[in-house]
Design a protein around this ligand. Structure first.
Ligand code: NDP
Length: 334
């Protein structure tokens, strides 16, 4: 029986990966940052035999020997906030050091297969690339480009570190899954940053849409790619953009408005000058302004061809998210 080590099991995406792994009959040892999250997962999968370990991306404690007896590492854990941190290293350090801690522990356990959750953020901002041309897996974000935010740098540098590691350890076959913004139905009410964005679009917190693209994908597709990659030899040594489509922010809002006309979705796009002006006072606006005049479109064609499936339409993913956000709000309201 193949045994998979899954990091960051308490995350929005990882819970779907865990469900998919269990459904496919894999044995799973899961890592969580703190013991408290273990009970949540045990309650979610009451009939599963799950092993747990507590690991922090920022600390060595517990990593050594933690992967012993496993055959595959699926590394999803990485900080994913919606706002820019004070110090970019608050994201870069755990992303890169945590990836390397995972890779070293995999090597020490004799693991030959690693699936890493990277991001389109590691693809779509290559310096010097024609600004309006869509990107694909051959493109790499330039982490030092002034338009690159802390999260984008963290994902790019972490993925680079993983590829550099396997260049030194060719016995390990690496696949990276690089999702766009991930939407879709969450497994529970702790759904993290990507559905918070949908919530903001629904509730009037975004009065004007940022004038830019968003690459998007459904969490169910992201999870099945992680799990299918384990057995699919054609994915070894490859990166795969997980992207169903690229839309303007305003179009995402319009999808929600068509679903429920009473929602307070953004009525129009913010003018570029306003975003630049706000960028003088706000780090978050400055990060968004770095995207002006650039297409962030990424093609998901390679994934569809190699994995042999069609991505769930973005509209379905967005509406599934909105339904979950609404249910969650109603439950909280009692
Ligand atoms: P979540 O915030 O839901 O999950 C992040 C996971 O990483 C959580 O399990 C979290 O643990 C864990 N984590 C964060 N920091 C640490 C740390 N210092 N030590 C140990 N664990 C840590 O986000 P997602 O599920 O959305 O993200 C999962 C992965 O997917 C990340 O690598 C992210 O970069 C990537 N991704 C996400 C996209 C999206 O739109 N959601 C798009 C592209 C890539 P805890 O629960 O304790 O906080």
């Amino acid at each position: 029986m193949t045994k998979v080590f899954l990091t960051g099991a308490s995350g929005f995406i990882a819970k779907h990966i865990l469900r998919e792994l269990l459904e496919k009959g894999y044995d799973v040892r899961a890592s969580v940052r703190s013991d408290g999250r273990k009970a949540e997962l045990e309650a979610m999968f009451p009939n599963a035999v799950l092993e747990f370990v507590s690991l922090d991306l920022n600390k060595d404690d517990g990593w050594q020997n933690s992967l012993m007896g496993c055959d595959v590492l699926v590394h999803t854990a990485s900080p994913f906030p919606l706002t820019e941190p004070k110090d970019p290293q608050d994201l870069i350090r755990p992303a890169v050091d945590g990836t390397l801690r995972g890779m070293r522990a995999a090597r020490d356990a004799g693991i030959k297969r690693v699936i890493l959750t990277s991001s389109c953020a590691a693809i779509y901002k290559q310096a010097g690339k024609a600004k309006m041309s869509p990107s694909d897996e051959t493109n790499w974000t330039s982490p030092d480009d002034p338009s690159v935010g802390a999260y984008e740098a963290s994902k790019t540098l972490a993925e680079r570190a993983a590829w550099d590691f396997v260049a030194e350890h060719p016995e390990i076959a690496l696949t990276t899954i690089n999702p766009g913004a991930v939407f879709g139905p969450p497994m529970d009410s702790r759904y993290g940053s990507s559905l918070e964005l949908v919530e903001q679009l629904m509730t009037g917190k975004v009065p004007m849409a940022p004038p830019m693209d968003m690459v998007a994908v459904d969490v169910r597709d992201v999870a099945r790619m992680h799990v299918a990659a384990i057995e699919l030899d054609a994915t070894k040594g490859e990166r795969f953009a997980a992207v169903s489509g690229t839309y303007r922010f305003i179009e995402m809002g319009n999808m929600l408005k068509a679903w429920d006309p009473s929602l307070k979705t953004p009525g129009r796009e913010a003018p570029a000058w306003l975003l630049r002006f706000m960028g003088l006072i706000s780090k978050d606006a400055r990060a968004l302004a770095g995207n002006l005049g650039r297409t962030l479109a990424v093609s998901g064609t390679k994934a569809e061809k190699t994995f042999g499936f069609k991505f769930i339409p973005v509209k379905d993913a967005i509406i599934a998210s909105a339904e979950a956000v609404r249910t969650n709000k109603m439950q909280k309201a009692g």
